[in-house]
Design a protein around this ligand. Structure first.
Ligand SMILES: Nc1nc2c(ncn2[C@@H]2O[C@H](COP(=O)(O)OP(=O)(O)OP(=O)(O)O)[C@@H](O)[C@H]2O)c(=O)[nH]1
Ligand SMILES: [Zn+2]
Length: 382
C-alpha cells in the first residue's frame, strides 16, 4: 500500500498561490537544501541571486527548482569547454531572479559526481549527475547473480563519492527464505561496507526500508536493463506524485510547464535522479572505487611480505594464503584483477587532467565515507 508515501509533498513544497518571497529555504529543503549549502550560497544571496536545484539540462537551458517553483534559465555562463565543469542535473544553481533570458550565474561546489567517459578514444568525460548521496544498484533475482557485474557497479558508485546500496529486486521470485538469505550473503561478500537489501515491487517487501534509506538525501538508480529500476522508481514515487510534480512546475512567467524532470522529490523524503545517461553508465577510471569494492583483498595485501606483491606466486603472500585456507574465493581475486586491468585500459585512454580533478575533488570525501561504511560492516580495518 502506498499510504506511507502520500504525506509530505502535498503540504507545502510549492504554494499554488504564486511566488514565495519570505522563506525560500523551506521548500528547497525537500530538494536537499541544508545549512552547508546555505553557507556556500551566502555571497550570492548578497547579490540578490536565487538558489535552486537543477532538475534537467537541455541544450543551452536548464530547469531549476527554486523556492518559487521551477524556472527555465540559460546556461551560457555554466557551460565551459571543460566537460567536467558543465552544469548538470543535481547541481545547486545560482540563478538570476529575473531577466529575459534569465541566466544561471554559477553553481555551488559539488559534493559528489557521477562521470562517464563519452567515447573509447577521445579523452572526454561527461558529468551525469551531481550531489548524489546514495547509489542504488538494482540487481534482478530473476536471473543468475553476476557478482562481477555487481562489483563493477560498486566501483563506479564508490568512485562517484556516493554511498552504494545493493537492492536485490524481484525477491517475490525467490519464495524460499533460506535460499534468499544465501543469495544476500553471496552479494554481501562481493560488497563490503554496503547494505544488501532484497525488495519486491510486487509484494512491497523491503520497499519501506528502501524508502527510509533514500529519505536522507539524493539517490540514483543504477543497474542493467531489466533489473527493475523503473519499477522501483515508481514504487518509491507513486504515480500520482509524478503527475503532481509535472503540474506544479511553473516557468518564469507563472505558466505551467510539462517538461519531464530528471530529478524528483520522493513523497517519503529524499530526491531521486534518473537521467538517460546514468542508465547506461559504465566503468570510468574507478581505480579507488575498485579498491573499495575489494576492501578485504586490499586489507590482506597489507600483510603480504612484499610491498608490491602481485599475489601470483610470491612467498609470504597473504592473499594467496587466504585463498589456500578458503577465507577468500578465487572468483573474488579473479574479479579484482579483471576490474583493475580493465580500469587501467580505460585510464590509459583518459585525459590525465580529468582524472586528477576527480581525485582531488572526491578523494577526501570518498575516503571518509568508505571508512565509515567499512567500519559499519565490522570488516577488519585496523
Ligand atoms: N516478479 C517481479 N517482477 C518485477 C518486479 N519489479 C520489476 N519486475 C519486472 O521486471 C521487468 C523489468 O523491470 P523494469 O523496471 O522495466 O526494469 P529497468 O531496470 O527499468 O529496465 P530498463 O528500463 O531497460 O533499464 C518488468 O517486466 C517488470 O514488470 C518485482 O518486484 N517482481
Ligand atoms: Zn600477495
Amino acid at each position: 500500500m502506498s499510504s506511507s508515501f502520500s504525506t509530505p509533498f502535498n503540504t507545502s513544497a510549492f504554494g499554488t498561490s504564486g511566488f514565495n518571497t519570505s522563506a525560500p529555504s523551506r521548500p528547497l529543503a525537500a530538494y536537499g537544501w541544508d545549512d552547508a549549502w546555505a553557507a556556500e550560497f551566502t555571497p550570492y544571496a548578497e547579490q540578490g541571486l536565487v538558489p535552486g536545484r537543477v532538475v534537467r539540462v537541455d541544450r543551452g537551458q536548464c530547469d531549476v527548482a527554486t523556492a518559487d517553483g521551477t524556472l527555465r534559465a540559460d546556461t551560457a555562463y555554466v557551460t565551459p569547454h571543460d566537460p567536467m565543469r558543465v552544469i548538470c542535473t543535481g547541481d545547486w544553481a545560482v540563478v538570476e531572479p529575473g531577466g529575459d533570458p534569465r541566466f544561471v550565474r554559477a553553481y555551488l561546489p559539488r559534493r559528489t559526481a557521477f562521470v562517464r567517459s563519452t567515447s573509447s578514444n577521445r579523452s572526454e568525460a561527461q558529468i551525469l549527475a551531481a550531489n548524489v548521496d546514495h547509489a542504488i544498484i538494482a540487481v534482478s533475482l530473476a536471473v543468475e547473480l553476476d557478482l562481477g557485474r555487481i562489483e563493477r557497479f560498486l566501483a563506479l558508485a564508490w568512485e562517484s563519492g556516493a554511498q552504494p546500496l545493493v537492492v536485490l529486486t524481484k525477491a517475490d521470485l525467490v519464495p524460499d527464505p533460506v535460499g534468499l538469505s544465501y543469495l544476500v550473503r553471496d552479494v554481501e561478500t562481493a560488497a563490503p561496507g554496503v547494505q544488501v537489501l532484497p525488495v519486491s515491487a510486487t509484494t512491497r517487501e523491503g520497499i519501506d526500508i528502501l524508502a527510509a534509506v533514500v529519505a536522507g538525501g539524493t539517490s540514483v538508480l543504477l543497474g542493467q536493463s531489466g533489473a527493475g529500476k523503473s519499477t522501483l522508481a515508481n514504487a518509491l514515487l507513486g504515480a500520482e506524485v509524478m503527475v503532481v510534480q509535472a503540474i506544479r512546475d511553473v516557468d518564469g512567467k507563472g505558466r505551467h510547464t510539462t517538461t519531464t524532470r530528471n530529478l524528483l522529490v520522493l513523497p517519503g523524503g529524499g530526491v531521486l535522479i534518473d537521467t538517460p545517461g546514468l542508465r547506461g553508465v559504465g566503468l570510468y577510471d574507478a581505480e579507488s572505487g575498485v579498491g573499495q569494492v575489494f576492501a578485504e583483498i586490499e586489507e590482506l595485501a597489507t600483510d603480504c611480505r612484499f610491498h608490491d606483491c602481485a599475489h601470483q606466486a610470491e612467498p609470504g603472500c597473504a592473499v594467496l594464503a587466504a585463498i589456500e585456507d578458503g577465507s577468500l574465493s578465487e572468483r573474488r581475486l579473479d574479479s579484482y584483477r579483471k576490474l583493475l586491468r580493465e580500469n587501467q585500459r580505460i585510464v590509459a585512454k583518459t585525459d590525465a587532467r580529468v582524472r586528477a580533478e576527480l581525485r582531488r575533488e572526491w578523494r577526501l570525501r570518498g575516503a571518509e565515507g568508505r571508512a565509515n561504511g567499512v567500519l559499519k560492516r565490522g570488516r577488519g580495518v585496523s
